[in-house]
Design a protein. Sequence first.
Length: 159
Amino acid sequence: MSKTKRTVLLILGTIVVAAAVFLIPTLWLKPWFINHFYTRVFAQFVLRRPMLLSSLRLLEPMGLQFHNNDLDDLSVEFNLKEARWFDRQLKILRSYDREDMDVAGRLSYDILEWWVVDVQEGNRYMYHYYPVNQLGGVQSSLPDFMVNTHRVDDLRGAK
């Protein structure tokens, strides 16, 4: 093998290893940087909620409409899975050293921690909700979403 090929393979190997060392924690474990953790939490949360994605209108300007033909999962199984997901996110968040952060970093930390703890507190009452009631529920929220939030701009959207 020539010296040039070896050098190229060494560089490519180094890039692959560096990418793996960076990407694996960022995508599945504790990210190296807390800002990457914030981004992952937000992305994972909204990608599991197509109705929220439609409401936010973040992806449509980029031509991404993969979520427009789905509704949120309202099942008990999904709620239980989400409760466990929030538990894991709080554990990862609290593994970062808050004291080493600047003022803005501590504020971001505190906001995410408050939100996750608030959701966890609400999970105690997961089974105290009536999905159909006189003030709201799936019988009115789904039609309201379809009429007021879910936009149909073209034939593809209608299909």
